[in-house]
Design a binder for this molecule. Structure first.
Ligand code: CO
Length: 212
């Protein structure tokens, strides 16, 4: 596609979107403009094939979203922490979903020794996950299968990273909040719930507990 055509596609697409929504419900945008009360915070990969609303059949207003390469929750990432704090303290979301996906380029890149540039600083966090589970991972001879398992382990670690944050633990001290780990299958369109749901301080090692 020609560069101008490629850009135009978005403007035209937006007009189509606005018209269709208004056709279905003339009050649609007026209602949305009044505010948002999403029950979910989605932490997913930036990969263009994993759109949060589309794969969960949710609509505008239903999901607060944060995405980065390989869906990481890093405890010094003020961007992610700001999103998480706002979602918990102001929006009062009931669920946080960390969603990885099989075939994740970030995870696969972290499994090699290739230098990819600045992104390597970010991918280092995935190498740390690999290192933690090296015994299990090195036993899987097939690269794709090993990568798929690392995708799952990475999600599990990010769920735990969420549980280690003060903002999540403070929420747990006075209300219910569930943190879930999912992996999305690009081949099937289906999500696999890793059944690693955390909903209390007891679920993580004591060294990470905050007293309130
Ligand atoms: Co990815």
């Amino acid at each position: 596609m020609d560069i101008n055509e490629s850009y135009r596609k978005l403007i035209d697409g937006n007009k189509k979107f606005a018209l269709e929504k208004k056709f279905d419900d003339p009050e649609y945008f007026k209602k949305l403009s009044l505010g948002q009360t999403p029950e979910y915070l989605w932490i997913g990969c930036s990969d263009s094939r994993v759109p949060a609303n589309e794969i969960t059949s949710t609509q505008s207003g239903e999901m607060f979203v944060h995405r980065n390469i390989a869906n990481l929750v890093i405890h010094t990432d003020f961007n992610a922490l700001s999103v998480i704090s706002y979602a918990i303290d102001v929006l009062k979301v009931k669920h946080i979903i960390v969603c990885g996906h099989y075939g994740c380029g970030g995870v696969r890149a972290a499994m090699t020794n290739t230098a990819n540039g600045f992104v390597d600083n970010w991918l280092r966090h995935i190498k740390d996950v690999y290192n933690k589970y090296e015994f299990e991972l090195d036993a899987i001879t097939d690269f794709d299968k090993r990568a798929d398992r690392l995708v799952e382990l990475n999600v599990i670690e990010q769920v735990r990273n969420l549980a280690k944050t003060k903002v999540v633990q403070r929420a747990w001290s006075n209300r219910t909040l569930q943190v879930h780990g999912w992996v999305y299958g690009l081949n099937s369109g289906l999500v696999k719930d890793l059944n690693v749901m955390l909903d209390g301080q007891i679920d993580i090692d004591e060294i990470y507990h905050y007293k309130f």
